[in-house]
Write a protein that binds this ligand. Structure first.
Ligand code: ADP
Ligand code: ZN
Length: 215
């Protein structure tokens, strides 16, 4: 496998988390989602969790220093393993911070894959998104419902709507994405590392496209 440190970028709801899970299960990547890490800290009421809660529930970006602090700890533990960064980096300082910490372990970002999706489709998908409280599995009321409404197929946990998946917050998250994260695309394309996949293709075809890119 050519790409060992892979970044998945895309608007909220583009399906990058789903792809990251597939690549973890089938291709042995470590899946590192900063969003999941923060939600876990919030649920456990850790100092980091208390720090970031306000940002995460309102859909604003957590300050770069806090993000880089948790990412640096992750890299220190897992450097050298094939890793998928999902939802990170989202700003130029984060991208530069990642390059810096990876360099300490003599590795680099091999490729950044943009899973793209138009804004209207993002809103449609996210307002129908539900997540398991226990195992974090993602469902969608319109195209991937659970067998029993409100109950996780895998673990029986309760399905809930994330606070940041309300339409108003989704619009805010999209604005943040266009302003702060799109420059990160340019950062990687200038280095010849950016690839694009259309998120509308749906889960299986997007996965096939990503496999081709990293083969
Ligand atoms: P989505 O990609 O659907 O927005 P995530 O689970 O990736 O959802 O992120 C949820 C929230 O966690 C974000 O809205 C933000 O508040 C915070 N967050 C996650 N990753 C980052 C990051 N790299 N930088 C700043 N904030 C982040
Ligand atoms: Zn579950």
């Amino acid at each position: 496998m050519k790409a060992t440190n892979l970044i998945l970028i895309g608007p909220p709801g583009s399906g990058k988390g789903t792809q990251a899970e597939l690549l973890r299960e089938k291709n042995g990547f470590v899946h590192y989602s900063t969003g999941e890490v923060f939600r876990d800290h919030i649920a456990r009421r850790t100092p980091v969790g208390l720090d970031v809660e306000e940002y995460v529930t309102s859909g604003r970006l957590v300050p770069d220093e806090v993000v880089l602090q948790v990412v640096n700890a992750f890299v220190a533990e897992h450097a050298g393993k094939p890793t998928l960064f999902d939802g990170f980096p989202r700003t130029i300082p984060q991208a530069k911070g990642l390059d810096k910490v990876l360099a300490e372990y003599r590795v680099i970002v091999d490729m950044a894959v943009l899973v793209d999706l138009p804004d209207d489709e993002v809103v449609k998908r996210l307002t129908a998104r539900r997540q398991c409280r226990k195992c974090s599995k993602i469902y969608n009321l319109s195209f991937k419902p659970s067998k029993v409404a409100g109950v996780c197929d895998d673990c029986g946990g309760e399905l809930y709507q994330r606070k940041d998946d309300s339409e108003e917050t989704i619009r805010d998250r999209l604005a943040v994405y266009h302003q702060q994260t799109e420059p990160v695309l340019l950062y990687y394309s200038e280095q010849g590392k950016l690839e694009r996949v259309a998120g509308e293709l749906g889960r299986d075809r997007v996965y096939q496209e990503i496999l081709k890119l990293i083969a």
